[in-house]
Design a protein around this ligand. Structure first.
Ligand code: SF4
Length: 344
């Protein structure tokens, strides 16, 4: 996550966000301890079982979290991609030093892609890739505006699949598909909902289990918006084009909102950010989806929770795991949350 995909796109490559697999972790256990998050364990398992060899290259933003830092060593040994790059995008501290470091890291990234592909990445090529990505962000914003007005038009899992598809396919193709879909959605008439509106947040780097999203809706709640990586966070903040596209990409990375614990922002509060979203959507509560053993989320959660209490915003934590997801336990928690919000 957070890799500026536009630079990869401008090099003539197809950037694809890597996903955890669906299968139980097997050989991966011999490389990664069980207290690592399921996403890293599953990814390592796929790597050592030879399931990632179809990729020509891999790029890791190793400062995303502590657990990601262990992946490249294992990848180098077991997958041996033709191209491998570690990015050190800095935490978002104020000050010129952070910005300068980030710009130099992105310049080095561009140079290494040029060496790998043999293509020079000109400013014009970068600007045109940025334009494609900005268009994608505008289209997804439009999708979310429609959803806010007609939250039952699609299930939350369907919305996620639309965002997710854009992470896996050529952005130009995704843009064309969205341009076909959005007018159809705009033309549909949907009765205003009286259901309880809730906002799911968390799942910092992957998609939440669809079973959990479906359960929220099956229990009579509706999701008009989200603060999830495979959701509104992925397309937030367009790149403000200026004469220097690398600087423009750096500026986007340095934006403090939406607040993401993996970016180390503390001077803007995550709770304030989420409160805005709750007000915008006239929502009744927030469902925090925490991936078990995710340190950035765990680090921010106590502060977030206490501020939700101060603000009087009902919030509940649901913990998810790659394997052994206890749906009964989650159902009990969500049921009592719905009832506390006045649902049946
Ligand atoms: S779930 Fe958390 S700990 Fe695991 S890779 Fe994602 S950000 Fe890192």
């Amino acid at each position: 996550m957070q890799v500026p995909e536009e630079i990869v796109h401008a090099a003539g490559l197809i950037p694809v966000v890597i996903w955890r697999g669906n299968e139980a972790v097997t050989w991966g256990h011999s490389h990664i301890p069980p207290y690592y998050c399921g996403i890293v364990r599953s990814f390592i398992d796929d790597a050592v079982r030879g399931k990632l060899g179809f990729m020509d290259g891999m790029i890791f933003h190793v400062r995303q979290c502590l657990l990601i830092m262990d992946i490249p060593l294992i990848i180098e040994r077991h997958v041996k991609p033709e191209y491998m790059k570690l990015l050190y995008l800095p935490p978002v501290y104020p000050g010129e030093a952070t910005r300068d470091f980030l710009i130099s890291d992105l310049e080095l990234f561009k140079k290494s892609l040029e060496e790998y592909t043999g293509n020079t990445i000109t400013d014009d090529m970068l600007k045109s890739s940025i334009a494609v990505y900005n268009e994608n962000r505008s289209l997804l914003e439009r999708l979310y505006e429609i959803r806010r007005k007609k939250p039952q038009i699609l299930t939350s899992a369907e919305v996620m699949k639309i965002v997710w598809a854009g992470m896996l396919m050529q952005k130009e193709d995704h843009n064309e598909l969205l341009k076909e879909l959005l007018p159809l959605m705009e033309a549909m008439t949907i009765e205003p909902t009286t259901k309880i509106k809730v906002i799911p947040i968390g799942c910092l780097c992957q998609i939440p289990p669809f079973d959990v999203l479906n359960m929220i809706e099956d229990l009579g709640m509706v999701i008009p918006d989200d603060d999830l990586y495979v959701g509104s966070r992925y397309f937030a903040n367009k790149v403000n084009m200026n004469d220097n596209p690398i600087e423009a990409l750096a500026e986007r990375h340095l934006k403090k909102t939406p607040v993401c614990p993996t970016k180390g922002v503390w001077d803007v509060l995550w709770a304030d950010d989420v409160e805005e979203m709750v007000k915008l959507n006239n929502a009744s509560g927030v469902i925090s989806i925490h991936v078990k053993f995710c340190p950035p989320h765990a680090c921010y959660y106590p502060d977030f929770k206490s501020r939700m209490i101060e603000k009087g915003i009902p919030e509940i934590l649901v913990q998810v795991e790659h394997e052994m997801l206890s749906m009964e336990g989650i159902k009990t928690r969500l049921q009592s949350f719905t009832e506390s919000l006045g649902g049946e």
